[in-house]
Design a protein around this ligand. Sequence first.
Ligand code: NAP
Length: 483
Amino acid sequence: MTDFTTYLQQANLIGGAWVGADSGTTIDVTNPATGEVIGTVPNCGTDETNRAIAAASDAFKSFSRTDLMTRVKLLHGLHDALMDNQASLALLLTTEQGKPLFEAMGEIAISAAYVRWFAEEVRRAKGEIVPAPTNDRRLLVTRHPVGVVGAITPWNFPSSMLARKLAPALAAGCTVIAKPATATPYSGLAWGKLCEEVGYPAGVVNVVTGSARQIGGAIMDSPDVRKVTFTGSTEIGKTLIRQSADTVKKVSMELGGNAPFIVFDDADLDAAVQGAMIAKFRNMGQTCVCTNRFYVQAGIHDAFVEKLKEAVAALVVGNGIEDGVQQGPMIDMAAVEKVEEFIADAVSKGGKIVEGGKRHGNGGTYFEPTVVTGATADMAFATEEIFGPLAAVFSFDTEEEAIAAANDTDFGLAAYAYTKDVGRVFRLNDGLQYGLIGINSGLITTVEAPFGGLKESGMGKEGGSQGLDDYLSTKYVCVAGLL
Ligand code: NAP
């Protein structure tokens, strides 16, 4: 029988040892579906993190020089270990995070797919021989692991967000200090256990839980950490970018979003509603690429709202481990209150609740999947990330108007559009200031493509061939005096 405790690690991995906090203090981890405490994790801080950095620095000396095929083999082993334990890892993920089990199974599968992708991609991490201006020289461009990496991840995808960092780092020959989110630490700690089991040497992967400020501070302060990769809110991302200046670290930032979803009159209505449901309600609306704003052209607006409303009303809300559940609880009460504030703000400015709108009868942090129509640019969700199961529907008349409204935000992560007009597809590609654009699809994340935002949604890419670049530094060697 599947058991979520198979990979439940209640200690931290530092330098190859599973340890508690120096202070002996711990933090409770709660199941958002039931409110029950699942277990505890160490409440570590600066000293433990500095030891993890020292272990990673030491391990880097040899790991960065391991044969390419040794690293590739380790990654394939990690991929297989993830898939062999998919059911128990997914159950652990749902238990700490709340998403429905089928989504958690998908998250473990894509995590493993990232590992395999980078095992394949690193074999093509080529340098260059550049034509020299004179015959007595040869100019070589070579690529090397960037060094010790700090990886800080959010609670909404506690496995796959780490996969996108750990896999390219390990492929490149880097060593890592990972800091999972406090709400969902076990999926990150499980990666530590899996890496240990498949044979990564001590110190190559370290996982530290506890005070974000202290762990983050130690990572940012250390001159030995050469790269920091962060997924989380724009606010914390900006703090880390500032902190990176003192040691001039390489940073990649996967930050917040405010995705527009534009439905044109010529769209396939059923396909648009189906895409809308995925783009809005996956993980209870708690994904960085979740639709924040639906823009629907006047001619199709009422029909779209009617069908969206029906689909939203049919969503099954409950504990994610139960069969048939499509919407679990929200991560915590603060998230519930934030959605309530967005709804109250919209209603006070003329918005109309056409479906849901309040806490769910299940109690706890369950919230009714909600649709609000009559949305306008002065409502808070027009500019702020909702991060909850609330669909806000705006109406528009022209393509130019829709593109301008879609771009009227500091964010630039994902945008979606439904249309059958091929010319418009390319106008949207030119006009939308977004790093990811889904045309006639509400789900576009895949390991083969570069994932990452523009504007205040971040910098750097994860996945694709670009996903390895951030973990490699480039050297130029001029060999002179050859004639
Ligand atoms: P968050 O509050 O920014 O936290 C993210 C991580 O940063 C957590 O591990 C957190 O630790 C840590 N952290 C907090 N304060 C820190 C500090 N001062 N120094 C160093 N680390 C610190 O974000 P979240 O609420 O977990 O995640 C939701 C956000 O992530 C949303 O904005 C979402 O859009 C974004 N996101 C973006 C992407 C993307 O690919 N662009 C993907 C997923 C999510 P604690 O948990 O201990 O506070």
